[in-house]
Design a protein around this ligand. Structure first.
Ligand SMILES: [Zn+2]
Length: 87
């Protein structure tokens, strides 16, 4: 596990297999879902995540529901969005 967001706190694994920047933005995405659910829903709607993307993500996280996989896909994209927009 690279990181986690629980009860308003983000945790980062010092031995994460992804960069800490990636993990930070990924966990920020979970924070955003919990604290700004309307905005997160707008992001989900705009992303138009395909069934193929969900199936691909399910290979690495088979325990998650499709809605949870959509959340993970958005959170995975947060680092790239932050980089492209200069956040
Ligand atoms: Zn996640």
């Amino acid at each position: 596990m690279n990181g986690a967001h629980r009860s308003g706190i983000s945790y980062y694994n010092i031995d994460a297999t992804f960069s800490h920047e990636f993990v930070y933005w990924h966990e920020f995405g979970h924070w955003l879902k919990n604290n700004q659910p309307e905005l997160f829903q707008e992001m989900l709607d705009a992303a138009e995540i395909t069934d193929e993307q969900i199936a691909e993500k399910k290979k690495s996280r088979p325990e998650l529901t499709d809605d949870e996989l959509r959340e993970e896909i958005i959170c995975d994209a947060m680092s790239g969005v932050a980089r492209r927009t200069g956040l």
